[in-house]
Design a protein around this ligand. Structure first.
Ligand SMILES: [Zn+2]
Length: 133
């Protein structure tokens, strides 16, 4: 991916390039300052099929043994619908989002989730989520 390309997450500050948006978290493992940025970086990791970033940002209490197969789906875009807490001074936060996808078989859909995040040792982790109605 060209470093100047638009970030798959759409950009934290809309239309930010990948290099200036999610790359420090996904490629370099830097801690995301807010849970929204962590959530965006995880969406970007799904889009880039980067299982390592998904695994290391999943809370040890809830993460799977192994990240499921990331093939077969193209992620088309992310909408952040709302956030609660999750800032640099918080220890918990939530993000509501819709992530749009298309399967290789041509089916389109969206994952809509209320995701919970927790911070430990200065890093945000994805804990779990509920499907949004
Ligand atoms: Zn991004």
């Amino acid at each position: 991916m060209n470093a100047e390309e638009l970030c798959p997450c759409g950009g934290f500050a809309a239309e930010t390039s990948y290099a200036r948006c999610c790359a420090p978290f996904v490629d370099d493992g830097e801690p995301a300052p807010t849970c929204e940025q962590l959530m965006r970086s995880r969406y970007t990791a799904f889009a880039r099929r980067d299982a390592d970033h998904l695994w290391r940002t999943w809370h040890p209490r809830t993460r799977p043994e192994q990240i499921a197969d990331l093939e077969g789906v193209t992620w088309l875009g992310l909408e952040v619908l709302g956030t609660e807490a999750g800032g640099p001074d918080d220890s918990e936060g939530t993000v509501d989002f819709a992530a749009h996808f298309r399967t290789d078989a041509g089916k389109r859909g969206a994952v809509r989730e209320h995701s919970r995040f927790a911070r430990r040792a200065g890093r945000w982790f994805y804990v779990d989520g509920d499907e949004l109605a």
